[in-house]
Write a protein that binds this ligand. Structure first.
Ligand code: URA
Length: 248
């Protein structure tokens, strides 16, 4: 195995995201062959060097990429201070410590990607790559063209104006409307806040696409491993411009 940057190795070992790995290095908790390394960008060879975090030797795990159809009533974090069920409870049989890529609210459902590839997860969530996320949304009331246009154009939230969104009306009754909404940011509760700004509260929220990945007919509460092609497409979505085709 060749030398790689230490924070990348730590992320790949499933210890933490790349950013968190950098903190571990900065805090002096990482040693290479017995020496504390605090310099960012230091390299090591995970096949040859003894890399330890808090004195514990690193074991490189193979990468695992899972797509889960999260039901309502689960938090998309690894643990919950309130003791609510977490998505980890749905991953029976998965030994690797995988992390959710982005969040889905407790009362939201649908596509959640989980992986121990901290590096890819970090890049997929980075605003710079603008990975599109598509939601099916049921809202209160009849959504008129004016509200749809507002969402398309962008609405002002605390973080700023949302980028133009793709909005498709799906159906409506006298009391509710269903739309499909594609956004590129990943702000907290963004879809709910956008719809509220457009005058409609969200009753149901389901994520159906994340970048190149679709939910398909995966039953609620079930997960599956991504295919090599799906993984490769995801990687392509998170390559800095000008570096395409150079591999990882
Ligand atoms: N937008 C929301 O409001 N909630 C989610 O869970 C995801 C996007």
């Amino acid at each position: 195995m060749a030398e790689e940057r230490l924070q990348k190795i730590l992320a790949r070992a499933g210890i933490a995201s790349r950013r968190k790995a950098e903190d571990l290095i900065r805090e002096g908790r990482v040693t290479v062959n017995g020496l504390v390394v605090t310099e960012m960008g230091s390299k090591a060879d995970p096949g040859r060097d003894s890399i330890k975090v808090d004195g514990k030797r690193l074991r490189l795990q193979p990468f695992v990429y899972l797509l889960l159809n999260k039901p309502k009533g689960y938090v998309s974090t690894l643990s919950d201070p309130e003791g609510r069920p977490t998505v980890v409870d749905l991953l029976g049989g998965v030994k690797a410590r995988v992390y959710p890529v982005g969040r889905l609210d407790f009362d939201a459902e649908g596509l959640l990607l989980l992986t121990n590839d901290g590096d890819l997860a970090h890049r997929l969530m980075h605003p710079r790559y603008e990975v599109p996320k598509t939601y099916r949304v049921k809202v209160q009331g009849v959504m008129e063209e004016k509200a749809l246009a507002k969402l398309r154009k962008g609405v002002v939230l605390e973080e700023g104006r949302t980028a133009p969104a793709r909005v498709l009306p799906i159906r409506k009754t006298e009391t509710n409307s269903w739309i499909e909404l594609t956004i590129r940011e990943g702000w907290n509760r963004q879809v709910k806040r956008m719809c509220e700004r457009a005058g409609h509260s969200v009753l149901k929220l389901q994520r159906v696409r994340y970048g190149s990945l679709g939910l398909g007919d995966l039953p609620r509460g079930r997960y599956r491993a991504l295919s090599p092609r799906e993984i490769s497409l995801l990687r392509q979505a998170a390559i800095p411009a000008g570096r395409e085709g150079r591999g990882r």
